[in-house]
Every structure is written in structure tokens, then in C-alpha cells.
Design a protein around this ligand. Structure first.
Ligand code: SF4
Length: 355
């Protein structure tokens, strides 16, 4: 959920798309492909182990696969791994990685260390169709949707890959608009034979595209974060055009049908815009809108983008808003800004040519 104003084409390190890409494939898909190549089905277990558990970066390391079969794999398949083409490091330790994609346009992933947590914010699309008014990606328009291997490559190819504790789908793009690839990535991240992560380590953020959101709710147990930003339907529609097709009232009604009382967490994201959505009247409306839902609120500082009518709320206003909601039993936190100096903070990701 982030963005850019013009594209930054990357041709270096593009993957060989002629070959069958193994990363991002489930065991069943690997079995089918192996069968079609007249290779033994048991190799699917070996490949799952080497790719997702042992995380090797070459076929030569797959030592329990015969030399003959390794030679076949080298010729006909690709691991689908690609190193980032650039990395910027913030003074607060946040790292922003730039990756090439099959579309020829780069995407970014942000690594955010925080005491005993290390979170990776991944992108799901190159650009975005949703045109949210406050978002640089919205301005960028839509270029492509990432394949599952391009999503998982962000996890596997950063230098801090093995220390990750959490993953959030909050980078470029609307995950529910690329639902098949996102669900495949989540399945592999949580598959015992692949990454074996608990779904509690994963949060998917969406503006609420209901067909995709319903599938995430039904087919996974990951945490859900809904970009709300206004309790007022008209104001939300001005800022998030998708509100027309998927009104927040419908989104909330859908969410009420699911159980968030136990392990699964539902949160709402609310960017604080000076004088627009940051009054206590807005806070009151929020309380009545979310009444009856077990959820949390994340307040997000707005980071200025060029030529925009939006300005950030003051720290005092944000704190007063948070205090008001917390005092009325809506658990509210103010999200810390991270990586602002490298344009990695919320809302600032982009694959633009930087001046
Ligand atoms: S859904 Fe909206 S906020 Fe998220 S990336 Fe797209 S335009 Fe930006």
C-alpha cells in the first residue's frame, strides 16, 4: 500500500522466464511438473526441502538429487531467486531493498528491525490500480502483478532473511487485487513443508476489496489490517475510490462474520491528516462505526508527498486522538515512523527515478 510518481526501469538481473520457475510452487505443482518431465515424484519433497527449508541458491547444493537430475533441472528450471539490485540503509536500521521484476520495473521491500522483532514489508504489485489520493503508488498507476515467486523472493533474497520474525503485505500494491499469487505465497509461508511460519507472524493489509478479502479470511488465518482513514463514507470515497464498489459498511459487515476474538487479529489503519480526519468528532464516529467488532486501531503519521493537499497532523493531535480512543476501550497505538530518511516510511515506497 505505497508508491511512486514515475517508473524506474530495471533490466539488470532479470530472470530467465523461459525456464520453469520452482520458487512459488506448491508441492502439488512441483509433482505435476516433475511428472510431465518424466522425473520421479519424490523429487518434489527434495525440492521443497532444498528451496524453502534449506534455502539453497543453486542446484549444485542439492546433494541428495542425482547429478543427472540436477543437470536436467539446470537446463529446464530456474530456482527463481534474484538478489536485490540496490539497498538503502536508514540511520534507524531500516533497510529498503530494490528488486527487479519480470515486468522490467522495480519493486521495493522494507526490512524493519525493532528490538526482538524483524519485520519485512513486501510488495504484491508493481504500481496499483486503486488510485488512493494520499498514496504515491496510486499516482503511479498499475504496471503488473507479482507472481508468487517474486513475492517470496523478497523474503529469501535479503541479507536478513533468516532473522525475520514477521511479514506484512503493506508494500506496493493492493494484495487483494493479486489474490492468487498472494494466497499461494501465504500458503507456502505457512506450509509445514515449506517456510512453516505461524500465520500469526503475517499481516495482510487491504483497503477492503471484498472478493479477495473474503478469500483471505476463509483460506488463511493471517492477521488482517483494513485501511480505513475516515469514518465518513463520503470522505473515504474521495480518498479511496474503491469505497464506491466496496463501501466500508459492507466490509465491516463481512468482517463481523469472522472470529477475531482469539488468535487472529483485526486492526484498522488510520492515517492522520491535519484538519481533515483528526478531530475528536471523527474519533467519536470511529467508535460508533467499529462498535461490536473486536479490533485494534493503528494511527499512522502521514509523510508528505509532492503536490498533495494532505498535511500531517501534529503529534499532540495524534496523541489526543489515541488517548480518546484508548479511554473508550478501542485499543489504539501510534505507529512509529521508520526509514523516513531513505523514503521507506509508510506511504513513501516508490520505484521512481530519484532526483
Ligand atoms: S491500495 Fe491505495 S494505498 Fe494501497 S498501494 Fe494502492 S493506491 Fe496505495
Amino acid at each position: 500500500m505505497n508508491g511512486a510518481a514515475s517508473f524506474f526501469p530495471i533490466y539488470k538481473d532479470r530472470m530467465d522466464t523461459e525456464k520453469y520457475i520452482l520458487l512459488g510452487k506448491t508441492q502439488d505443482e512441483l509433482k505435476q511438473w516433475l511428472k510431465a518431465q518424466s522425473l520421479p515424484a519424490f523429487m518434489s519433497s527434495q525440492l521443497m526441502d532444498w528451496i524453502y527449508v534449506k534455502r539453497v541458491r543453486s542446484f549444485d547444493e542439492m546433494t541428495n538429487i542425482s547429478l543427472k537430475h540436477r543437470a536436467f533441472l539446470k537446463e529446464h528450471a530456474s530456482l527463481g531467486l534474484a538478489d536485490p539490485v540496490a539497498c538503502a540503509v536508514s540511520k534507524d536500521g531500516t533497510k529498503k531493498y530494490l528488486f527487479a521484476t519480470a515486468s522490467g520495473i522495480g519493486i521495493e521491500a522494507v526490512y524493519i528491525p525493532d528490538r526482538d522483532r524483524a519485520t519485512l514489508c513486501v510488495s504484491s504489485q508493481v504500481g496499483c490500480k486503486m488510485h488512493c489520493a494520499f498514496c504515491m503508488t496510486g499516482r503511479m498507476g498499475y504496471k503488473a502483478s507479482l507472481a508468487a515467486h517474486e513475492i517470496l523472493n523478497q523474503v529469501l533474497s535479503i541479507e536478513d532473511s533468516t532473522s525475520l520474525t514477521n511479514l506484512v503485505f503493506m508494500g506496493m500494491g493492493e494484495p487483494c487485487d493479486n489474490i492468487e499469487a498472494v494466497l499461494t505465497a501465504i500458503r507456502l509461508l505457512t506450509d509445514e513443508k515449506a517456510f512453516a511460519w505461524s500465520p500469526k507472524r503475517i499481516t495482510l493489509s487491504s483497503i477492503g476489496l471484498l472478493p479477495g478479502l473474503k478469500r483471505v479470511l476463509e483460506e488463511t488465518s493471517v492477521h488482517i489490517a483494513i485501511s480505513l482513514h475516515s469514518p465518513d463514507a463520503l470522505q473515504r470515497k474521495e480518498w479511496i475510490p474503491a469505497q464506491k464498489a466496496y463501501p466500508i459498511s459492507d466490509i465491516l459487515q463481512t468482517l463481523k462474520a469472522y472470529d477475531f476474538a482469539h488468535q487472529r487479529r483485526l486492526s484498522f489503519e488510520y492515517i492522520m491528516f491535519d484538519g481533515m480526519n483528526d478531530s475528536l468528532a471523527h474519533a467519536r464516529k470511529l467508535l460508533s462505526l467499529l462498535n461490536g467488532l473486536k479490533c485494534r486501531m493503528n494511527l499512522i503519521r502521514f509523510h508528505r508527498i509532492p503536490d498533495s493537499p494532505f498535511a500531517p497532523s501534529s503529534e499532540e493531535t495524534i496523541q489526543a486522538f489515541a488517548d480518546f480512543l484508548n479511554a473508550r476501550d478501542l485499543q489504539t497505538t501510534v505507529r512509529a515512523s521508520r526509514g523516513e530518511d531513505i523514503q521507506a516510511a509508510c506511504g513513501l515506497l516508490s520505484t521512481t527515478a530519484k532526483n
